[in-house]
Design a protein. Structure first.
Lengths: 269, 276
């Protein structure tokens, strides 16, 4: 882990809607790592992601992306791709896939400018990467759950970013589609030299594919390689926190380190 | 069609085309951003602006434009602070600006018939000056929307993404509200304060039902807007009806036709797309 640090949190505390959602979080993400930010609902995962994007300002501590505060990134913003939660997007919007992907480059293209050849090329390349060229002219509402997710990723990839931030990317997928999605993401990560940061509550599934995890529960409970974090004694303490917060019977499935049990776990649509 | 030889009729048709177009274009954003109520709120606010113009002796067009822009910004400001919901902000302005208008009228000596014209509109009574003014405003509005096409599209589709990518969303939102306000102002003389929001919302909502991409929604909305303005105007002259109301009724009829078509289409498509 001697690579350059791209995201750094130092004693970071962030409030969301007047409540402290993150407290005293310190860790750093190095270039080309694949991170899973894990934790139950309300653990501050999304808050952390929004802080990285500069949508929320710390109440204490600092956060730096490429060495600067996210609000002051300026043109460096174009090096960050963001894939929002599925539920934030209105898929009934009259928009075709290629139009949506092009919008990912909106700011980079410049105020009032139309798409140049370079922009069109980037859109095509992004669609190729998510294997959706054949769906370029389909309305976004007519895509399947997995395709919608990949289209949102293509929109982020259209910027050719160095960091890709994904917020609960599998929330709208069923269990088998979720596994397939992580396989694909893992594959993409190994092909493109990109830092991936992924927020999820799927502790079990995610930890198989990422090379580092951060377990959040308002505070940073543990972080490091999945094998270290999930196998050491701190595990008990961490799951202790999780058990306390997960109240819908999912816990036993997530605590078992073997992935074989995942198909039993209830999933949401 | 001898009527077309009359200057007032030519002005009315020109006015119908301009208003039909610009309202339909703004309407696309209003419908997609669920801002119909804001539109109605700003339209009603114009009543206060008109009354202010009559009372002060300044051309009501100018007082109304300023008044409506101020209202639009006020709504944007109040809802941005998130202390109250946007619809509450609109509700407050909606009634209070109307109330101000009523109070101002009370201060005036005698009844002013022209004021009634603003409430319900009379497209047959628009002057050459009105038409010129609305052409200038329409060109400005359409030009700015053309220029900020992709920015407005992204903000409408995904505001958070627009913020993340670093677009000046706050200024762009104020600009959008301003464009909406001036569009409303140039339309009230023709279709009236009470009915203008229908001319903004209805053609765009009809287009929404039938479109799968943004540009086709824009085109269809303009087509519906201009068609209902023309058909409504000609019908109203022919049948001696109130023009603004007839235009709105035609637009509404078009909406229900679109609704029916879209429901039929959906039924045909269903087996093919059971999964999504």
């Amino acid at each position: 882990m001697s690579a350059e640090i791209v995201i750094e949190c130092l004693q970071l505390s962030v409030a969301y809607q007047d409540k402290l959602a993150l407290e005293d979080v310190t860790f750093s993400i190095h270039r080309n790592e694949f991170w899973g930010i894990l934790g139950p609902n309300g653990s501050g995962k999304t808050t952390l992601l929004k802080s990285m994007l500069g949508l929320l300002t710390p109440v204490q501590g600092t956060i730096r992306v490429f060495g600067v505060a996210p609000q002051k990134l300026g043109p460096l913003r174009d090096r960050i791709g963001y894939v929002p939660q599925h539920s934030q997007i209105d898929f009934n919007f009259p928009l075709q896939v290629h139009e949506m992907v092009l919008l990912g480059r909106c700011r980079k293209m410049g105020l009032g400018r139309r798409a140049s050849g370079e922009d069109i090329e980037a859109v095509e390349k992004a669609l190729e990467r998510v294997e959706m060229q054949h769906l370029a002219h389909r309305q976004i509402g007519r895509l399947s759950g997995g395709e919608r997710q990949r289209a949102l990723i293509a929109r982020a990839l259209a910027l050719e970013p160095e960091i890709l931030l994904l917020d609960e990317p599998t929330a709208a997928l069923d269990v088998s589609a979720t596994e397939g999605f992580y396989e694909w993401l893992h594959h993409m990560h190994s092909q493109l030299h990109m830092t991936l940061v992924l927020v999820s509550h799927d502790v079990g599934v995610v930890s198989q594919y990422v090379n580092a995890i951060a377990c959040l529960n308002k505070k940073l409970v543990a972080h490091g390689r999945p094998t270290d974090v999930l196998n050491q004694e701190s595990l008990e303490q961490m799951y202790g926190c999780d058990v306390m917060l997960f109240q819908h019977g999912k816990v036993p499935h997530m605590v078992v380190p073997s992935p074989a049990h995942h198909h039993e776990s209830p999933h949401q649509e | 069609m001898d009527l077309l030889h009359y200057a007032f009729m030519q002005r009315a048709l020109l006015s119908a085309t301009i208003i039909g177009t610009v309202c339909a274009v703004i309407g696309v954003y209003v419908v997609l951003r669920s801002m119909s109520f804001i539109g109605a709120g700003i339209a009603h606010a114009s009543f206060g602006g008109v009354a202010l113009g009559f009372l002060s002796g300044i051309n009501p067009l100018f007082t109304t434009i300023l008044f409506c822009i101020a209202t639009a910004w006020g709504i944007a400001f109040l809802s941005e602070k998130r202390k109250i919901h946007e619809d509450s902000a609109v509700g407050i302005f909606f009634a209070s600006t109307m109330a101000l208008g009523i109070l101002l009228i009370g201060l005036m000596k005698g009844y002013n018939a022209d004021l009634f014209g603003y409430l319900f509109g009379n497209i047959l009574a628009v002057s050459a000056g009105d038409v010129t003014f609305s052409i200038i405003i329409a060109v400005l509005v359409l030009g700015l929307i053309w220029f900020f096409y992709k920015e407005f599209l992204l903000m409408t589709f995904d505001l958070e993404m627009a913020q993340v990518t670093g677009l000046p969303t706050r200024s762009l939102n104020l600009l959008m509200m301003t464009l909406m306000a001036v569009t409303i102002v140039i339309s009230i003389k023709s279709v009236g304060i009470v009915l203008v929001s229908a001319l903004i919302v209805t053609p765009a909502a009809s287009a929404y039902l039938l479109s799968s991409d943004f540009k086709s929604m824009m085109r269809l909305s303009v087509l519906f807007g201009v068609a209902s303005s023309w058909i409504g105007l000609l019908l109203s002259v022919w049948l001696n009806l109130a023009s603004g109301a007839t235009i709105v009724m035609v637009a509404t009829l078009l909406f229900f036709i679109c609704y029916f078509i879209s429901a039929q289409r959906k039924r045909l498509k269903q087996p093919e797309h059971a999964s999504s």
